[in-house]
Design a protein around this ligand. Structure first.
Ligand code: X2X
Length: 355
């Protein structure tokens, strides 16, 4: 009896050892995972992606190696295709803009509703609120796990012809926009001529004068020295451009818990830094202090608007009456797109902003 007992304990121990080593052996990381990013590593966005990859390596003791591919290299420059690629697993990770997924996921146009979000505070409330959760849940249903919100920024309009202070000033201007429908509607409503161009081709387009203007956040205007092509910059915060730190769901599900925790922590830390870097000087001292106190980082350019001015950019700030004229001119676009985005999500976003 005693012998039987000892034998069964022994059998139990052996089986347990076998099972646990089988579980450990079950996960063998790939030698290298891919990450797609639409811009280069000279932008806050690109630096944020690189930082996520570096932190993943650090926090997993080198077990998970992620290689960022910049400039949508893995997509042959087709920036609008990233979400499908991550969903089907042909690309593993992404730090990408909701604009670039908005053709595939209609709800991502929420951030492109003209003059809807307007402030960093509102944007944070959406990202951290119910509407932000709805957006992440929807991505999970599409096989993409979203871990953190980063930021390209509030987009400002630039051009080489004249200062823009009213919709009439945009009349007839050829404006490069991201290849997506809501931008067409907005710029047509304002009397401009929207031209689709992938970012991979856009700067050459500016150099060659193929367009009169474009729109992008300060985090993009500085690295491409926009003042060299477009002297006039209007700060109108007309729409927001968040980034999502995310990865393929099947890959995520294959990770053991400790790897999941490390990848998530790395995303949160990299996104917090990236957002602060993109916002520096645009939200008073908040982001500058966060970079310094939390990350020990003191970037060379602290005031991005002043920097653009120092390079010869003519920067216009709109009065609230001037903004009202743009809101009025784009009201039909808002009405149309609320239905496409989904009223439930828009209402949730309004409720979040009112919190
Ligand atoms: O294409 C753009 O304008 C850019 C770089 O901002 C995005 O990828 C959304």
């Amino acid at each position: 009896m005693k012998k039987l007992f000892t034998l069964s304990i022994l059998a139990f121990v052996i089986i347990s050892i076998c099972l646990s080593s089988a579980a450990a052996a079950e996960f063998t990381p790939k030698k290298e995972y891919t990450m797609t990013i639409n811009v280069t590593n000279t932008y806050a966005w690109g630096m944020g992606g690189q930082r996520w990859a570096d932190l993943i390596a650090e926090k997993t003791d080198g077990k998970i190696v992620v290689k960022p591919y910049f400039g949508s290299q893995l997509l042959a420059g087709k920036q609008m295709n990233w979400l499908q690629a991550v969903a089907e697993g042909s690309i593993d990770f992404a730090v990408e803009s909701t604009i670039n997924s908005s053709a595939v996921v209609k709800s991502h146009n929420l951030f492109s509703l003209p003059f809807f979000i307007k402030t960093f505070e509102n944007l944070d409330k959406i990202e951290n609120g119910e509407s932000g959760k709805m957006l992440f849940d929807e991505m999970e249903r599409m096989q993409v796990i979203a871990l953190a919100w980063g930021e390209n920024g509030f987009r400002q309009v630039t051009n080489s012809v004249r200062p823009i202070t009213s919709p009439a000033d945009l009349k007839g201007l050829r404006v490069r926009v991201c290849p997506t429908a809501i931008y067409d509607d907005i710029f047509k409503a304002l009397g401009a001529d929207p031209i689709h161009m992938n970012w991979a081709d856009a700067v050459t387009g500016f150099q060659q004068g193929a367009v009169d203007g474009q729109e992008n956040p300060y985090g993009v205007l500085l690295p491409v020295s926009i003042w060299e092509y477009h002297k006039y910059i209007t700060n109108w915060n007309y729409l927001a451009d968040p980034l999502i730190f995310c990865l393929n769901k099947k890959l995520w599900d294959s990770f053991p818990d400790d790897i999941k925790a490390a990848v998530r922590e790395a995303a949160e830390e990299a996104a917090e830094w990236e957002k602060a870097y993109a916002r520096r000087g645009l939200d008073g001292d908040i982001s500058i202090n966060l970079l310094k106190d939390k990350f020990g980082d003191e970037p060379e350019v602290l005031d991005q608007v002043a920097y653009v001015k120092s390079k010869g950019g003519e920067v216009v700030d709109l009065t609230s009456e001037q903004v009202d004229a743009f809101i009025e001119a784009t009201q039909s676009v808002t009405d149309k797109w609320i239905d496409i985005i989904g009223k439930d999500l828009v209402d949730a976003a309004i409720a979040d902003m009112n919190q």
